[in-house]
Design a protein around this ligand. Sequence first.
Ligand SMILES: *Cc1c(COP(=O)(O)O)cnc(C)c1O
Length: 427
Amino acid sequence: MASSEELHKRRAAAVARGIGSVVSSYVDHASGAMLTDVDGREWIDFASGIAVTSVGNSAPRVVEAVQRQVERFTHTCFMVAPYESYVAVCEMLNALTPGDHEKRSALFNSGAEAVENAVKIARHATGRPAIIAFDHAYHGRTNLTMALTAKNMPYKHRFGPFAPEVYRVPASYPFRDALPGTEAAARAIDLIEKQVGADNVAAVLVEPIQGEGGFVVPADGFLPAVAAWARGTGAVFIADEIQTGFCRTGTWFASEHEGVVPDLVTTAKGIAGGLPLAGVTGRADLMDAVHVGGLGGTYGGNPIACAAALASIETMRELDLCAAARWVGATVLPWLHDLAGRHPLIGDVRGRGAMLAIEIVVPGSSTPDPAATAAISAACHRGGLLTLTCGTYGNVLRFLPPLVIDEPTLYRALNILQAALQGAEAG
Ligand SMILES: *Cc1c(COP(=O)(O)O)cnc(C)c1O
């Protein structure tokens, strides 16, 4: 078998440089919360392929469902010859997303595609142009979703011009603005009314907990206030639950923590145990406003991905992975707070369930320290723990373990993290 070093050489000559990788080790196989690279080294997976393999890598039910489906048929295109599993995934999404109103769903391939379609539906249904997005937002890398994403490097730099009628307003970032949620919402709403005009707003698009932007949990009251304003003005409230959905934060969807019922919800990542699938789910009157043939795509809701989604959801239910995510949060958060007490470079500890992060700063200040963050992350990698960084300032270390992680593995990971922090502080 080729070593990581050999593969890296081949890659440099074959794969576009614009595609980066967090680590230079190449994966051979994976199971649950463990990855094994081609050099025979084991890693604890605190990335889950960016919040995707919540049910664990190669989860038994997913593997079985995919194998069964791939033998029955691989693809017909739902727009050509439909099949049951697509309908069943839509039924599941309608039942699991917040609110018991009448809903419809449509399936796509990627998160960005889901966000694009949610925007198409909102504009079509309202007849209005403007979309409101927030500071630190991440919604994808296609042209429209680049416009919706806040951060220039690496997502947008020299990729413009961007789609018009996207307006950005401040979010709630408790560590950096110290504002109560209702005040942060009022600040955003005032700008929308003065600079965009309520009547022009098709949709307000928000991540209930911001993902790539830094795992920012908005202050209590922010999301309900923004949702209420949207409802009052006829704008569609879209919750981008692509990273937060499917038990990740301890509930099926993160909007539930504050009882927010979005008009539309976008899903992807954790939905199908690693197969590419995404969805838009929401109010039947909005979803069904679009003419027949107005939505779709060749691969959207591919039967193999649908089979994997149904098996993943069954796994989440049977193993109660929402409870598992709450257990991860209840175990790790106090541990991180304790660590923060001893390591002043941890400026903030935050997150919900199994979506957790520490923000790294110059001790005694709130000045971001992206170099120290990268050093800690690299030390974790050397210790065999796969971690990711994120944040507008590149100074957030985020933890996204599979929800099936067991206690000894979780503690082994935390010990690697602690050693990495000690190393960083020692210089
Ligand atoms: C990852 C992500 C997206 C984009 O999903 P892709 O499948 O990478 O296109 C959109 N929104 C949020 C909140 C995400 O975390």
